[in-house]
Design a protein around this ligand. Structure first.
Ligand code: SF4
Length: 62
């Protein structure tokens, strides 16, 4: 089970992660991104690596 998290201190609300992986990311009421689940797909990894502020962390646990 992995854990996907968004550091809201770093997120600037650009929406890139949501454009790349809407199954995982959405805007919260504060206008910043949130992870809706912990299912890591290729799109999730692409979203994390494309985040301009490196706000997304994927912790892989085996
Ligand atoms: S790509 Fe990064 S900065 Fe942009 S909304 Fe997503 S978490 Fe926030």
């Amino acid at each position: 089970m992995a854990k996907i998290s968004v550091d809201k201190d770093l997120c600037i609300g650009c929406g890139s992660c949501i454009a790349l992986d809407a199954d995982t990311f959405d805007f919260g009421d504060d206008g910043l991104a949130e992870a809706k689940n912990n299912e890591v797909t290729e799109a999730t990894k692409e979203a994390a690596s494309s985040c301009p502020t490196d706000a997304i962390t994927i912790e892989e646990e085996n």
